[in-house]
Design a protein around this ligand. Structure first.
Ligand code: 26W
Length: 807
C-alpha cells in the first residue's frame, strides 16, 4: 500500500522546500537543489511515519533489536525510499509537469559509502528487511565525515581521494541535539567502596560529546521506519579562548580537533586489524554512546534495568563493536549498582555476535597497554572477565595449557575480541553453512567444545527489492507478468518462475532483457569512463574488494591464457567476451594495488590490439560502489566467485548476480555451496578444490612450481607477465605466483588453474546455445528466493533475538 498523499501536496511540499531553503521556484531550481528539496519532502514523510511508529511501539512494548555495526553501506536513498513508499509514479508525474526527469535527480545523490564491502552492505540490506517485516529495530553506527575513499586510477595505479558525501547526503540525516551523550577517554580511575557500594571515579579523562543523527529507513509497503542512528564526535569545549587571545591559534583549536577526528573518516581496510589508537577510540565511541542510549531508553520505558534482556537484543556485527560487552558491564555495575554476576547474566542474555571472517589477520586484537591508556575502566573489566573465565577453564581442564591458551581472552599481550564476543554473548553465528562449520570445527573449536549450544548459522541474504525490483526493472516486469507481484514481499514466490523453464517466449524475453541491460551498461560506461564495451559480447564480471584470497589474479591468469591463444592464432574460434572488474584495494595493500595495475595494463594492451579486442576485452570500473553495482549486476551473464575454498565467509554479490540471472562460475566456498545446492550442478559452474582439499594440500606443502612445471599454459602465462602488457612487466606478480616466501601465493591460484580452465570451456560451450543458457539463468532466478535478506532476518528474529512483529 502506497503512502497516502496527493499530487497537489507533493507539489506544494517541494515548492515550499525550494522556496525556504534555496529561495528558488521549480523553474529556476538547479538539479542539485531539486534533488535536495525532493529528498527533504521524503524525509518529512518518513518523520511522520516514524511518529506513528513510535506511538505503536509505546502501546505494544515490544522487544527491539539494536544492531551495532561500524559500517553501513547504504548507497543512495531517494529512489529506494520512493519505491518503498510506493510513490515513484506520483513524484515522477509531479516533476514531469516541470520537465524534470526523476531519474536525473537520482543521479545527483552521492552514495552514503559508510562501509568497506560485504559487512557494511549486509547491515544496510538488513535494515531494509527489518523495516519491511515490521520488526522493532534500531541500527547504530558512526557519522563519518568521509566514507570509503573515492578510487581514481592514474596510469593504472589506484590512488585514493576523500569521499565527500555530506553536502549531498546530509539531507537524509535528522539531527537529534536533544539526545546528545558524553563518552570518556583516557586518564585513570580509582575504585572505592562507600556504604558497601562500589564507587568508581575518573581522573584526568577527556570527555567527548556524541551527537546523534538519525538516518530513517523505510520498509517496503510497510509503515515501519527503522532508525539508523549515526554518532558524530564533538568537543565539549569547542574553543580555548585563552590560547586564542594569546595568539596560539593552533592550540586554541587542538582540543576540538582531537575530539572531532574520531568520526572524521571510515577506516578503509577490511583485511587487517592494525591496532591503531584512533580505530579503538572509534569503536568505543560507537558502543559507549549506543549502550548509554539503549540503557537510558530502557529505564525511561520500563524503569527497571533488570528487565533489559526481555526488551533489548544487542547485536554485534563482527567484533568491531565488541567493547559494548565491558561497556554494558560498566554501566550496570558503576551506574546502576548491580553486582558482577547479575550484570554478567544480563550481558549474556542480551548480546549476540556474528562472525564475518576467518582470516587470521582480520580477527581483531587490541594491545593491553593501548586499552589501559585509552579506556582504563574498560581495561579493568576485561581483565576481570578473563580472570574469572580462566579460573573456570583451569577447573575444567586442569593443567591444560593448550586449552587455556586457545580460550584465553588475552594472548601475546593483546585482548582477543572474538574470544570475548563468544564468551560473553548467548549466540555466535557464521554467515553460510560452510563458514559456520569452519568456525565450529576449526577457528573456535575449543569454544565449541565447551559451549556448543551458542553456535549456529544464519546464511546471509540481500534485499531483492533494491537488487532486482529497483535496479532491474525489466526483469521485475517479466516476473510481475508471469508469477504476479507477491515475490516483492515474499521472495520464496520466485520458485513459481520455474514453471516457465521450457517456455520459449519467456526464455526469449529473458535473453532480450539481458541484452537491453547490457546496452544500458555500455552506454553508462561510455559516459562515465569513456570506455567502449560491445554489448554483443558475453559480460563476465568480478566485483568485490581486492584481496589475494578472492583471487582476482586467478581470473587474470585465465584472461592471459585466452590472450596468448589469440596472439598465437587470431582466428581462434571463441565467443566474444568482456571481462569486467571492479575493486578497491586497502590503501596500504601493495600487492592488491599491483593486481589492479595489472588488470588496467591488460585492458590498455588489448585496446591497442583491435583484432584481440573484438574477441577479448577487459575493463576496470573505477570507484566500484553500491550505485555502480546496481548498474553492473543486472547486465552480467557470468558471476565470478572464485575465492580459495574455506576463505570467503559467505559472499553476497554471488546472491545478487544469481537473482539477476547471471550464472555463477565459482568454487565451493561460502554461500556458493548453498547456491549450488539450490540450482543443482547443471546450472552452475563449479571448479577447484574443496575446503578440505585446500587444507590437505596446504598441510602437505603447496609448491607452485610443481603445477608450473607440468603446465605449458602456466609457463606461457608467466612468460607473458615477464614480457609485460602495454610496455610494463609484472615481475613482482611473477615472484608472488612462483615462489613460496613472504609474498608467496598462499591462495594457491596454480592449484585450481587447470580445473578453472576446464570448466571455463564447459561454460563457454553451454553459452553457445542461448536458449539452454537462458533456461539455466531462469532456474537461478527461480531458486534465489532463499537468499533474500527477509529470510535471514526471520531466522535472526526467531532463533537469536526472539522478536515479535509490530502489529
Ligand atoms: C579490522 C579490520 C576488518 C574490517 C572489516 C576486518 C574484517 C572486516 C569485515 C568483517 C570483513 C567483511 O566485510 N567480511 C565479509 O562479510 C560479508 C557479510 O557477511 C561476507 O559475505 C563476506 O564473505 C565477508 O568477507
Amino acid at each position: 500500500m502506497a503512502y497516502a498523499i496527493s499530487s497537489k501536496e507533493i507539489k506544494r511540499n517541494i515548492e515550499e522546500k525550494l522556496n525556504r531553503y534555496f529561495g528558488v521556484s521549480f523553474k529556476d531550481a538547479s538539479k542539485d537543489q531539486l534533488y535536495k528539496a525532493v529528498s527533504m519532502t521524503v524525509v518529512d514523510i518518513l518523520l511522520e511515519e516514524k511518529r506513528q511508529f513510535n506511538i505503536k511501539m509505546k502501546e505494544q512494548k515490544l522487544k527491539r533489536v539494536y544492531y551495532l555495526c561500524m559500517e553501513f553501506l547504504v548507497g543512495r536513498s531517494l529512489k529506494n525510499n520512493l519505491y518503498n513508499l510506493g510513490l515513484v509514479e506520483d513524484y515522477r508525474k509531479v516533476l514531469a509537469n516541470y520537465d524534470i526527469n526523476l531519474e536525473d535527480l537520482y543521479e545527483m545523490e552521492p552514495d552514503a559509502g559508510l562501509g568497506n564491502g560485504g559487512l557494511g552492505r549486509l547491515a544496510a540490506c538488513f535494515m531494509d528487511s527489518l523495516a519491511t517485516l515490521n520488526y522493532p529495530a534500531m541500527g547504530f553506527s558512526l557519522r563519518y565525515d568521509y566514507g570509503l575513499f573515492k578510487q581514481k586510477i592514474v596510469d593504472g595505479w589506484q590512488t585514493e581521494m576523500p569521499d565527500i558525501w555530506l553536502p549531498g547526503g546530509e539531507v537524509w540525516l535528522v539531527p537529534r541535539s536533544d539526545r546528545v551523550l558524553k563518552v570518556r577517554f583516557g586518564g585513570w580511575v580509582t575504585e572505592n567502596f562507600e556504604d558497601g557500594k562500589l564507587k568508581v571515579e575518573y581522573h584526568d579523562d577527556t570527555v567527548v560529546e556524541a551527537m546523534p543523527y538519525d538516518f530513517l529507513i523505510s520498509g517496503a509497503d510497510s509503515s515501519t521506519v527503522t532508525t539508523l542512528r549515526l554518532w558524530q564526535s564533538r568537543s565539549i569545549s569547542t574553543f580555548d579562548m585563552k590560547s586564542f587571545s594569546q595568539g596560539d591559534y593552533a592550540k586554541a583549536m587542538a582540543k576540538a580537533s582531537e575530539a572531532e577526528v574520531i568520526t572524521k573518516v571510515l577506516y578503509p581496510s577490511d583485511d587487517h586489524s592494525q591496532g591503531k589508537t584512533l580505530r579503538l577510540k572509534q569503536q568505543y565511541f560507537l558502543v559507549s554512546a549506543s549502550i548509554q542510549n539503549i540503557v537510558n531508553d530502557h529505564i525511561k520505558r520500563y524503569g527497571d534495568i533488570r528487565t533489559l534482556p526481555d526488551k533489548a537484543a544487542i547485536h554485534i556485527n563482527d567484533t568491531h563493536p565488541a567493547l559494548c560487552i565491558p561497556e554494558l558491564m560498566r554501566i550496570l555495575m558503576d551506574d546502576h549498582g548491580l553486582g558482577w554476576d547479575e550484570a554478567w547474566e544480563i550481558v549474556n542474555k542480551t548480546v549476540a555476535y556474528t562472525n564475518h571472517t576467518v582470516m587470521a589477520e582480520a580477527l581483531e586484537t587490541w594491545h593491553l597497554d593501548l586499552v589501559l591508556r585509552t579506556l582504563p575502566r574498560i581495561y579493568q573489566i576485561l581483565q576481570e572477565i578473563n580472570k574469572r573465565f580462566m579460573e573456570q577453564v583451569w577447573k575444567k581442564y586442569p593443567n591444560n595449557w593448550d586449552k587455556a591458551a586457545s580460550l584465553s581472552l588475552i594472548m601475546d599481550n593483546h585482548f582477543r575480541m572474538a574470544n570475548l564476543s563468544i564468551l560473553a554473548g548467548h549466540s555466535v553465528n557464521g554467515v553460510s553453512n560452510l563458514h559456520s562449520e569452519i568456525i565450529k570445527k576449526d577457528t573456535f573449536k575449543d569454544f565449541y567444545e565447551i559451549m556448543p549450544e551458542k553456535f549456529t548459522n544464519v546464511t546471509n541474504g540481500i534485499t531483492h527489492r533494491r537488487w532486482v525490483y529497483q535496479s532491474n526493472p525489466r526483469l521485475a516486469a517479466l516476473l510481475d507478468e508471469t508469477i504476479g507481484h507477491d515475490w516483492y514481499k515474499d521472495a520464496s514466490c520466485l520458485k513459481q518462475f520455474r514453471k516457465y523453464e521450457n517456455d520459449n517466449q519467456v526464455l526469449e524475453r529473458l535473453l532480450s532483457l539481458k541484452e537491453e541491460n547490457k546496452v544500458d551498461l555500455s552506454n553508462w560506461l561510455k559516459k562515465k569512463q569513456n570506455v567502449d564495451i560491445d554489448p554483443k559480447t558475453r559480460f563476465d564480471t568480478q566485483v568485490k574488494r581486492l584481496h589475494a584470497y578472492k583471487r582476482q589474479l586467478l581470473n587474470v591468469l585465465k584472461i592471459i591464457e585466452l590472450y596468448n591463444i589469440l596472439v598465437e592464432n587470431p582466428n581462434y574460434d571463441m565467443t566474444p567476451q568482456t571481462y569486467i572488474f571492479g575493486a578497491k584495494a586497502a590503501p596500504g595493500y601493495y600487492h592488491a594495488k599491483e593486481v589492479i595495475e595489472l588488470i588496467n595494463y591488460i585492458s590498455k594492451d588489448i585496446s591497442m590490439h583491435p583484432e584481440i579486442k573484438k574477441k577479448l576485452n577487459v575493463v576496470f570500473i573505477e570507484d566500484y560502489c553500491v550505485t555502480s553495482a546496481e548498474k553492473l549486476i543486472p547486465a552480467s551473464e557470468i558471476s565470478e566467485q572464485i575465492s580459495l575454498a574455506g576463505k570467503e565467509a559467505s559472499g553476497t554479490s554471488n546472491m545478487k548476480f544469481m537473482i539477476n540471472g547471471a550464472l555463477t562460475f565459482g568454487t565451493l566456498d561460502g554461500a556458493n555451496v548453498e547456491i549450488c545446492d539450490a540450482v543443482g550442478r547443471d546450472n552452475i559452474y563449479i571448479f577447484g578444490m574443496t575446503a578440505k582439499e585446500v587444507n590437505n594440500l596446504w598441510r602437505s606443502g603447496y609448491n607452485s612450481l610443481q603445477f608450473y612445471n607440468q603446465s605449458s599454459s602456466l609457463m606461457k602465462i608467466i612468460d607473458r607477465l615477464k614480457k609485460g602488457f602495454a610496455g610494463k612487466n609484472f615481475d613482482n606478480i611473477v615472484n608472488y605466483l612462483l615462489y613460496l616466501g613472504p609474498v608467496a601465493d598462499q591462495y594457491m591460484c596454480f592449484a585450481d588453474f587447470e580445473n578453472y580452465i576446464h570448466v571455463y570451456h564447459m561454460m563457454d560451450n553451454d553459452y553457445r546455445n542461448p536458449k539452454e543458457f537462458a533456461r539455466k539463468s531462469l532456474i537461478n532466478i527461480s531458486e534465489a528466493g532463499i537468499f533474500a535478506g527477509d529470510r535471514s532476518i526471520e531466522e535472526y528474529a526467531k532463533n537469536i533475538w526472539h522478536l515479535e512483529k509490530i502489529k
